[in-house]
Design a protein around this ligand. Sequence first.
Ligand code: DOR
Length: 445
Amino acid sequence: MKRILHNATIVNEGEKFKGSIIIENGRIARIMRLDVTLPEKYFSGEYEFTDCEGLTLLPGIIDDQVHFREPGNTHKGDIASESRAALAGGVTTFMDMPNTNPATTTLSALKQKLASAEKNSHSNYAFYIGATNDNMEEILSIDKSLYCGVKVFMGSSTGNMLVDSQDALEKLFSSRLKLIATHCEDEETIRRNMQEAVGKYGDNIPFSMHPAIRSREACIASSSKAISLALKYGTSLHVLHISTAEEVEMIRKAAAINPLITGEICVHYLFFNDTMYPEYGAKMKCNPAIKKESDMHALREAVKDGTIRVVATDHAPHLLREKNNPYIKSPSGLPLVGHSLLMMLELVSDGILDICTVADRMCHSPAERFGILDRGYIREGYYADIVLIKENEKCLPKVEYKCGWTPFEGRIFRNRICRVILNGEDAVTDGIINESVRGRQIEFK
Ligand code: DOR
């Protein structure tokens, strides 16, 4: 299929410029600046014509951290439902976490997910393989093109995937694996804090205690351990969902020595802070905990100055009836994958971030960090994964998640997603999802 996206304002690689894009066979065939006279053939009917006057065009969003819950917890979400919600929010590629049931810690579990995604995924996909205390041999035997990275829970969260053996960690970090992505929270510290909270409040722990239980000290201790190991062995380490100002500083310093030590920040840590627990309660309970307002500002600054170059969601759906349990029984995690672009555009509307920075942190840099082939940029020869937005036009996005809620329910956003194009095909048009479009497994360089 041949098409032309005519007269868009293109945001790409630090520039915002007027131009047109020719798409052929799912890929970007040409990018033409407005000052180039377009050959007649593009208007002859051979090319499907889309007028993009007044619209801003970005590469599709790449979310490097989602929990789509399949297999095992498909009452909360599954590959079909959550990839569909992702697509509606402009996320054209996702990387799904291994804390499913069974956990994705073997080749056969990984293949099962890939097979389901091939049939059911509405957007492009990749999966992590999960580390355990004893599956090193299995990980080493798996073809690296089949997964995007190795997930290591250095602190436990939903699912039971804690890697706490020093021996296993040393092996993981020294084995020249593909990227290691860590969840960093120190178990011992959390256990101690939890005991104290139970002693004080019994079963009635207020949600506002979450950042005192899953404390900044727990994050700092665990991130510091991961970074020390990565410095010792020259590991490619990606510290996920950084939540404190101190960890930003640690990444800044470590990256100066080993540039393969990077961090990721998730959108909710840029919007919520601990003053909001009384209002949101369980609806903002996630691991690591959302911390102080000063952390929120430090994280925004880190995204802005490029210390942290990857922004994602940690999309983690749970049913509201599960969330609405008392603190200890209330599962951690927020459904966000379809809201991330709109959230980041709010920061643009507020003058906090530049839209080119948003494109870098959500498209270019995730593609670079994971070595994704031919995606993440508006470049000739690259797949046509594209989002068209109308800046400064209000919208109230539909909640597409299977769990049926989001902390942003009812919020009016100041920008609107008009169209999402996946591998050259119209996948979402004015909120209507083309149900027949399927994503592809992403490839790595
Ligand atoms: O809040 C969280 N929920 N953090 C995680 O790391 C896991 C996630 C989940 O799977 O529910």
